[in-house]
Design a protein around this ligand. Structure first.
Ligand code: WQD
Length: 332
């Protein structure tokens, strides 16, 4: 199939583009490079062994998106473009609604005008908010606690309404848990601009000596060792989940949601331990107070994606840490 990836040079986008290309699909990227580097494109092309069209632009440029869809004969859009830092979304909510929600409306308009009726949407486990039960399945109540999570929920609801009003539109909605790690080539990985908000890229920079020490946000949570527990999923497993979703799309009934995670939760201290084995060094850290908005535990029940998408995340925490460290070492 011919697939347009919005945000295609980003962390998830570049890994997904690689997996799709290796599965025999034609990929076209659209990116405004607000949170990625142009150098990613040539690394991606080196891995897949062919050129990959990349349009520099913003999903809010409806005319550009429509032209791109028509020019390349796009059949499916994988919509990954969006701002995704929880803390930043609290400080600048209008930017998040403008980029994420308005950007999606613009994209949907362009798809309608170009008669493209299939989308895979990059949503997030953040839509669940503080879990009422664990593991979290797709029927868990939706109660995001920050503007970023609310943009993802509103977009899901827009897509559901759009599908309900048009029986030729199909959407597969993927709720990611915590993507980490890097491609085995060490050419692609997580390299956010500025100081990383997320645990693994921050820890990678502590291991490389770029940052002095890791702050562990609280050790008084009701978890096995008091630190936060999350469902970390290798980004290549996640990318392969998109390939499975694409192959499921023709069979889907309209709007279908899947949690993409391993079903296992690991604490911050367990991740630190695994990373120390991966990089062969001690990771200096200090326990500090909780980060506002954080929750104690979050991990998925992966059964629906396993059964319906015939997809399972199988890379271990150790592989996630080793691949992250391999990529980080290459950066420096
Ligand atoms: C993981 C654990 C922290 C940094 C966020 C978004 C989510 C998704 C993934 C986009 C927590 C602890 C972290 C640090 C720490 N993004 N931590 N020190 O918050 O689970 O999820 O990123 O879709 O939507 O909400 O990920 O990596 O920030 O935190 O102790 O310097 O590590 O408290 O327990 P999070 P994270």
């Amino acid at each position: 199939m011919t697939v347009l990836l919005t945000g295609g040079t980003g962390y998830i986008g570049s890994h997904t583009a690689t997996a799709l290309s290796e599965a025999g699909h034609e990929v076209i990227l659209l990116d405004n490079f607000c949170n990625s580097h142009r150098a990613i494109l040539e690394r991606l092309e080196k891995i897949v062994g062919k050129s990959v069209p990349c349009i520099e632009g913003d999903v809010r440029d409806t005319a550009l998106v429509k032209r791109t869809l028509q020019e390349y004969g796009v059949e499916v859009v994988i919509h990954l473009a969006g701002l995704k830092a929880v803390g930043e979304s609290v400080k600048t909510p209008l930017n998040y609604y403008e980029n994420n929600v308005h950007g999606t409306l613009s994209l949907l308009r362009a798809m309608d005008e170009a008669d493209v009726n299939n989308m895979i949407f990059s949503s997030s486990a953040t839509v669940y908010g503080d879990p009422q039960y664990l593991p979290i399945d797709e029927d868990h109540p939706l109660a995001p606690t920050n503007p970023y999570g609310r943009t993802k929920l509103y977009i899901e609801q827009i897509l559901e309404d759009h599908v309900r009003a048009n029986d030729n539109i199909k959407v597969v909605n993927l709720r990611y848990f915590n993507p980490v790690g890097s491609h085995s080539s060490a050419l692609l990985g997580e390299d956010p601009r500025g100081i990383p908000n997320n645990l693994m890229p921050f820890m990678a920079r502590v291991a490389s000596g770029e940052l002095k020490e890791l702050s562990v946000f609280g050790d008084d949570y009701p978890t096995m060792d008091g630190t936060g527990v999350r469902d970390y999923i290798h980004v290549v497993d996640l990318a392969e989940g998109h390939v499975a979703a694409l192959e499921f799309l023709p069979r889907s009934t309209g709007f279908e949601t899947f949690n993409l995670g391993t079903g296992s939760g690991f604490s911050v201290l367990q991740v630190i331990q695994s990373y120390e084995v991966a990089c062969g060094k001690k990771i200096p850290y200090q326990i500090v107070k909780r980060r506002p908005g954080d929750i104690a535990s979050c991990y998925t029940d992966p059964n629906k994606a396993n059964a319906v998408l015939k997809w399972k995340a199988n890379r271990s925490l150790s592989e996630m840490c080793l691949s992250s460290w391999d990529f980080q070492r290459r950066l420096n």
